[in-house]
Design a protein around this ligand. Structure first.
Ligand SMILES: [Fe+2]
Length: 249
């Protein structure tokens, strides 16, 4: 499996707090069958996470990779960012000040939970015009999607990918989020499922239970599509597969 969303780099956002935690997280991911994990530190200056593309982040990834190899962990750590959408997102991407996912045209983007949908569409459309392709992090957690999941369908029609959190499917963010996540997946709107891991105790990168649930509810092939096939295509800059979005009518 490939995990396209994790806060695994130590000490730079609200994710891993130390190298030790990061190594425990990597061990959990590897144990559950993840061979590639994308570190996606928050870019969210309002929340105090002012991470830009930088040599420091590159060095941190390098150090963590070396430490993981020393521990005998067989997992590749790649780089991206989780970008809180704002008016200047398209320009920051174009200037290379924010990272896309593994240097592709796909970028991981999130919104304020109570953002206005029109604002989301406007920012994403300007990113798309510059050739960047949004992967929308945890749509099931936004209030406007819970209220009106048809908006998620509208995102899909525009070619935007939806990344569902494994914790949402497992009910870790409450019943309303779980139901919304399941509705999005059952309507064929999900491009992939990722961990959005923040630690080694809770919100971990272990994908076992999410994989079991997806296979039980939607079949092994669909679980594979969301956890392996599409995440690998995203980080290779390829086209998303198996997309048959159905509207909510
Ligand atoms: Fe995240």
């Amino acid at each position: 499996m490939t995990d396209v969303h994790s806060h695994i780099l130590p000490g730079i956002d609200d994710g891993s707090d130390s190298f030790e935690t990061s190594l425990r997280m990597l061990a959990l991911a590897e144990e559950s069958g993840v061979h590639t994990i994308v570190a996606t530190p928050h870019y969210d200056p309002q929340a105090g996470f002012d991470n830009h593309a930088s040599r420091d982040l590159l060095r941190l990834r390098h150090s963590l990779t070396e430490a993981a190899q020393a521990e005998g962990l067989d997992i590749s750590i790649r780089l991206g960012m989780e970008i809180m959408a704002s008016d200047d997102t398209p320009e920051l991407l174009e200037e290379g000040r924010l990272w896309t996912l593994c240097g592709t045209r796909y970028f991981l983007v999130e919104f304020l939970f109570d953002e206005e949908p029109a604002k989301c569409f406007e920012i994403l459309s300007r990113c798309r015009k510059r050739g960047f392709r949004p992967i929308i992090a945890h749509p099931e957690r936004y209030r406007f999607i819970r209220r009106d999941p048809q908006i998620a369908y509208e995102f899909c029609l525009r070619g935007y990918g939806l990344q569902i959190n494994k914790g949402s499917l497992l009910g870790r963010f409450g019943e309303e989020t779980r139901i919304t996540a399941m509705r999005l997946v059952s309507h064929g709107l999900a491009a992939c499922v990722a961990s959005d891991a923040h630690g080694a105790e809770r919100r971990t990168p272990h994908m076992g239970k999410a994989r079991e649930l997806l296979a039980a509810e939607f079949g092994e092939e669909y679980a594979e599509l969301l956890l392996t096939v599409n995440p690998a295509r995203i980080i290779a800059g390829g086209e998303l597969a198996g997309f048959e979005p159905r509207p909510f009518i």
